[in-house]
Design a protein around this ligand. Structure first.
Ligand code: DAT
Ligand code: MG
Length: 138
């Protein structure tokens, strides 16, 4: 099993000034930052990243939102990284997220939900390499 996951702090949380608080929660939960950068996705790049959702009714809205502002992308390392990070961020809809989770604390809404976390080891590797070359991973 891989010990890596991939995350993005989404445009809502960057605009709302939550980068520092979210990184603190990630550190406190025991994740090591293996790669990190602030960047901005074009609509086309957002569309590629979320290609698996292309048939879903919210795909257009999702790609417009994810390309609307800066994001912070990172590869994180920890034992059981994918599952533990999903627990840390909470449910997709912040209204259903547990108290103390990143989405409960910082998300605006279902569509603008503060943070991404990979859903499998395989997708963590695919998503990490979408943003970072081997030379940018430490
Ligand atoms: P998650 O980000 O929890 O893995 P997902 O992969 O099902 O959730 O969806 C990707 C993103 O798309 C999600 O973080 C927010 C947005 N989204 C999901 N369902 C939505 C919906 N019903 N309406 C609007 N946006 C939605
Ligand atoms: Mg997902």
């Amino acid at each position: 099993m891989s010990n890596l996951t991939f995350t993005m702090i989404k445009p809502d949380a960057v605009q709302d000034g939550h980068i520092g608080a979210i990184l603190a929660k990630i550190n406190e939960a025991g994740f090591r930052i293996k790669a990190m950068k602030m960047t901005k996705l074009s609509a086309e790049k957002a569309g590629q990243f979320y290609e698996v959702h292309k048939e879903r009714p919210f795909y257009g809205e999702l790609c417009a939102f994810m390309s609307s502002g800066h994001i912070v992308a990172a590869i994180l390392e920890k034992e059981n990284a994918v599952a533990d990070f999903r627990t840390l961020i909470g449910a997709t809809n912040p209204a259903n997220a547990e108290e103390g989770t990143i989405r409960k604390m910082f998300a605006r809404s279902l569509g603008e939900n503060a943070i991404h976390g990979s859903d499998s080891d395989q997708n963590a590797l695919i998503e990490g390499s979408f943003f970072f070359s081997a030379l940018e991973q430490f």
